[in-house]
Design a binder for this molecule. Structure first.
Ligand code: FAD
Length: 442
């Protein structure tokens, strides 16, 4: 009898865990799966709900001991990959243990980077990226506490609702001239800033922090210009970097992330990469890109897992998509929302407020920005429509005149273009999904 294939998966976040389940959907337990991860399997994306006290820790975790056993996974948690030798198919862990594999998935995600200012590592300064870091913030963010958030990007805003729900006083500072510079344009940023200001959230854009002083519970932020700010705790959300250091000298090609092809294969044929750490094809442009978002991690993981299990599965590319609810204002951008060469139709309804921007290349929608109040039913409905229109690559030439006049009227174009018919039969693996309860290894 042939030896069982040994799949080694490094990283148990969304990408790594989806690879595990995709493999088991296909081989029902015929192979060996070894999962090495610095942390147990959990979803970072739900940490804001944990901070808001809306879910408990058990809902953050994606797989406990029983599930790991049912899927016949040999786990090494709390251990980190230190060195990869692809010529010998050998991974060395941080304690010196060596693990052999037949194929390997790099799914080590990314880590937060703190702004290089004096005091950035001081007491009372937090990141909000891991479960442990979330617990650190939860311990200190009691009602009435003043929280300074450094960085006004997507991650900062994913935790804003939770901080308000905890009845803290939130003050956001951003070095760029405006908030959300990598998610919405200037018009969008202004609408969001006004919305937050009207709800007591102070946002100070164009503000460069030069030092963080004081003890936990009594922090002081100094700026290049303007008055100091005081806070009880500071949360730094000043960017992330891919976790690639353990691949140094391995010969696996990396740029911003691990370079992968349309099967999520790296420059080494039996080494794959998925999720935040991978630089894979962008759905709209086809160009390589790192998309540090949950849907990409999930899709990459499933596609890489299927290919590792021997089912040839090409990937159409990942669609950049950021969606956040800010105190009942829905803010979303999709695809090439900042494509300067695109034809743009946009409109603002200041009284709601609402904002819509559609970006076209020829008859094809390639990007969009949507801002609308949660109470306006279309705000959430239209997110699905815009997402679907981009993914279906529908030809909207006949509808462009109407959409130029009213970029909010996307529903009719969606129905007429038959986008649903194109999308419904599609799954990431090109076949029906298997319910979670049916993926146990037999
Ligand atoms: C607060 C917060 C809110 C978010 N909200 C959203 C959202 O609303 N929508 C959205 O699309 N995305 C969101 N994201 C981003 C999303 O969580 C990430 O894109 C996703 O977690 C990426 O999955 P991944 O598996 O690639 O990496 P990760 O989830 O980071 O998992 C990587 C795993 O690898 C392990 N690891 C790292 N280095 C090593 C090593 N050397 N050896 C062994 N193991 C290692 C880590 O411990 C971890 O277990 C949010 C993220 C955060 C932090």
């Amino acid at each position: 009898m042939a030896e069982a294939k040994r799949h080694l998966i490094v990283g148990a976040g969304t990408a790594g865990w989806n690879a595990v389940t995709a493999i088991r959907e296909i081989d029902k337990g015929a192979s060996e799966i070894i999962l090495v991860s610095g942390e147990m399997p959990y979803s970072r994306m739900v940490l804001p709900y944990y901070l808001a006290n809306e879910i408990g820790e058990s809902h953050v975790v994606t797989a406990g001991d029983a599930r790991l056993a049912a899927l016949k996974v040999t786990a090494h948690f709390g251990r980190r990959a230190a060195k990869l030798n692809p010529a010998a198919n050998l991974l060395t862990l941080d304690d010196g243990e060596e693990i052999e594999y037949d194929d390997l998935l790099i799914a080590t995600g990314s880590s937060p980077v703190r702004a290089p200012v004096p005091g950035a590592d001081g007491p009372g300064v937090h990141n909000f990226w891991t479960l442990d870091q979330a617990k650190g913030v939860i311990r200190e963010a009691a009602p009435g506490k003043r929280v300074a958030v450094i960085g006004a990007g997507f991650i900062s805003f994913t935790i804003l609702n939770a901080l308000i729900k905890r009845e803290t006083k939130v003050h956001i500072v951003e070095i760029a001239p405006r908030i959300l510079p990598r998610m919405v344009d200037e018009t969008g940023a202004e609408i969001v800033e006004n919305w937050l200001a009207a709800r007591g959230v102070t946002v100070r854009a164009g503000a460069e922090v030069t030092a963080i002083e004081g003890e936990a519970g009594g922090k002081r932020l100094r700026f290049r210009e303007g008055p100091e700010a005081e806070a009880d705790l500071v949360i730094m959300a000043t960017g992330i970097r891919t976790n690639l250091e353990w691949l140094e000298g391995s010969g696996v090609e990396t740029r911003a992330g691990v370079v992968v092809d349309d099967h999520l294969r790296s420059s080494v044929p039996n080494v794959y990469a998925a999720g935040d750490v991978a630089e894979g094809p962008d759905f709209v442009t086809g160009n390589p890109a790192v998309h540090a978002i949950e849907p990409t991690a999930m899709q990459h993981g499933r596609v890489a897992g299927a290919n590792m299990a021997g089912v040839d599965t090409p990937y159409r590319g990942s669609l950049l998509m950021n969606i956040v609810d800010l105190l009942d204002l829905e803010v979303a951008s999709f695809g090439s929302w900042n494509d300067e060469g695109a034809e743009v139709f946009s409109a603002v309804l200041p009284e709601r407020p609402a904002y819509r921007k559609l970006l076209f290349r020829g008859g094809r929608l390639v990007g969009a920005i949507l801002i609308g109040m949660t109470e306006d039913v279309w705000a959430t409905n239209d997110m699905g429509i815009l997402n679907g229109l981009i993914l279906s690559r529908a030809d909207l030439s006949a509808w462009k005149g109407r959409l130029r006049e009213d970029p909010f009227d996307v529903k009719r174009a969606f129905v007429a273009a038959g986008a649903t018919g194109d999308l419904l039969p599609r799954t990431i693996l090109g076949r029906p999904t298997v319910p979670a309860g049916e993926t146990a290894a037999g």
